[in-house]
Write a protein that binds this ligand. Structure first.
Ligand code: IMP
Length: 183
């Protein structure tokens, strides 16, 4: 964490600092730029959790690309309901484009499994996942992400776009939420 960002009182500890985020996202952007050079790349940001990640990642991508958004919901508080609902769909056609789904975190995998099945039917040229965080221990269905920022342990985290009941998205780091705050 940089000196300017004080620790929020509901945060038990910082898991990933601002500096660590910056460095890793720069690496990911460079890798994506190399892998997709000369291809019609669309970054598909999954709202709302991935907005900070998207905005930093896209600035580290130095090839032409477009962005689009989807909004899915499967969480209530700290637990996945297992039922995925699509609240917002893509604005542009996915056909023939190289789609890279930009997600904040993969937990059970249920959200992305549903999404990937849905997007595959739209005949993209390719379809891959880029996630900032991955909790591999929690997986219920297999989901393969091409790009993973940080594998993390099975703890509920907030900040840098991730929320608990819509709070904490604006924290500039990823932190573990105190049990006492998760009510
Ligand atoms: P999955 O369907 O269980 O993989 O869950 C994916 C979604 O659950 C993510 O896009 C987040 O919105 C939410 N989620 C999972 N784990 C966490 C967490 O530790 N903190 C905040 N949100 C989480």
């Amino acid at each position: 964490m940089t000196e300017s960002a004080a620790l929020h009182p509901d945060i038990l500890r910082v898991l990933i600092t601002q500096d660590e985020l910056r460095v890793r996202i720069r690496e990911m952007g460079r890798q994506i730029s190399r892998d997709y050079a000369g291809r019609p790349l669309t970054l598909v940001s999954i709202l709302k959790g991935s907005v900070l990640f998207l905005s930093d990642l896209m600035r580290e991508i130095d090839i032409d690309c477009t962005i689009d958004f989807m909004c899915l919901s499967s969480y209530e508080g700290k637990a996945s309901t297992g039922v995925v609902r699509m609240l917002l769909d893509l604005r542009e056609s996915a056909e023939g484009r190289d789609l890279l789904v930009v997600e904040d975190i993969i937990d059970t995998g249920l959200t992305l499994s549903y999404l990937m099945q849905n997007l595959k039917t739209r005949k993209p040229a390719s379809l891959e996942i880029c996630t900032l965080l991955d909790k591999p221990e929690c997986r219920k269905v297999k989901v393969a992400a091409k790009y993973v920022g940080f594998p993390i342990p099975n703890e509920f985290v907030v900040g840098y776009g991730l929320d608990y009941k819509e709070q904490y998205r604006n924290l500039p780091y990823v932190g573990v939420l105190k049990e006492s705050a998760a009510k």
